[in-house]
Write a protein that binds this ligand. Structure first.
Ligand SMILES: CCS(=O)(=O)c1ccc(CNC(=O)N2CC3(CCCC3)c3nc(-c4c(OC)ncnc4C4CC4)ccc32)cc1
Length: 276
């Protein structure tokens, strides 16, 4: 988090909490704009997920998933993931300041951060009462993903969703935390780190402002701890992806063109997409 000294340096009048950096928005407006972007780009609203809680996969349906080959189940999951990643791309494009970054830095932040945001959003899809997550239209337990042959990874994903769920974040807090996860000035692939850092500082201010307003400042360090877990989960994910790609090179190859054509539409090499 930002040391107090830096807070003083920033042009910032306590009354209006007006910050002069690129977004030239009041922090209140910045919060409202990020929350709106999150709502507009969430595949499911929280109240919809509430009404769907009772829709759980039957034994036969679970068995059908478990009967898929490793290759088929990875393809199926990849499609679900690619849908989710496309919504995250839309969210990113609506974050004030993101579109003002260089094109390569926008792609760099998305390549390195979209999986982390998918994981943050997954906590909204998680039902802690029965440890299931909303996937493919119903709620599924870890056993549904057995044929992925990544039991340890899926268990870690569910554990993370459970632990984030336990913080009982509001939609606004999820929105601002997602923006903070995405606008990360430490990504190795960045070209203009300082520009990203300025947008990042606005995201930090917005989150601190919201947590102060919600009288939940104690959440801030818990959220920063979650960022470390996110990083390790994504590293584990990339390990699994590499393992899978060695086993099924053609499956992965057929997957990627759809992804980067859809999401990035620029001539980045397939290798870099694989690190998504
Ligand atoms: C991105 C395109 S790509 O570069 O071609 C690409 C890259 C990686 C893969 C393989 N990983 C994968 O499929 N994963 C990983 C993760 C778990 C950790 C993060 C997202 C995940 N999660 C789910 C999943 C859910 O898994 C438990 N539960 C609910 N929803 C979802 C999806 C968000 C809709 C569904 C698949 C899925 C495939 C394709």
């Amino acid at each position: 988090s930002m040391p107090a000294s830096e807070m003083e340096l920033r042009p910032f009048d306590p009354e209006g909490s007006f910050c002069l950096y690129p977004t030239s928005m009041h922090i209140e407006e910045l919060c409202a704009s990020i929350v709106r972007s999150h709502r507009e780009t969430s595949q499911y609203r929280v109240d919809e997920l509430q009404t769907l809680r009772w829709k759980i996969f039957s034994r036969e349906e679970v068995h059908a998933y478990q009967s898929k080959t490793v290759d088929e189940m990875w393809q199926h999951c990849a499609m679900r993931l690619t849908d989710a990643v496309q919504y995250v791309v839309e969210f990113a494009k609506r974050i004030p300041g993101f579109r003002q970054l260089g094109q390569n830095d926008q792609i760099c932040l998305l390549k390195s951060g979209s999986m982390e945001v998918v994981l943050v959003r997954m906590s909204r899809l998680f039902n802690p009462e029965n440890g299931t997550v909303f996937f493919d239209g119903k709620f599924a337990g870890t056993e549904l993903f057995k044929s992925l042959a990544c039991g340890d990874f899926i268990a870690a994903v569910f554990d993370f969703a459970h632990s984030l769920c336990a913080l009982r974040l509001t939609e606004q807090q999820v929105a601002l935390f997602s923006a903070l996860v995405l606008i990360n000035a430490d990504r190795p692939c960045l070209e203009d780190r300082d520009r990203v850092l300025r947008v990042r500082k606005d995201m930090e201010l917005a989150l601190r402002h919201l947590l102060h307003r919600d009288n939940q400042e104690s959440l801030l360090h818990k959220l920063y701890q979650k960022v470390t877990v996110l990083r390790s989960l994504c590293a584990l994910h990339i390990e699994k992806l590499r393992w899978f790609r060695q086993l099924y090179p053609f499956t992965v190859h057929s997957l990627f063109p759809a992804l980067y054509k859809e999401l990035f539409g620029s001539d980045i090499d397939v290798q870099s997409v694989a690190t998504l």
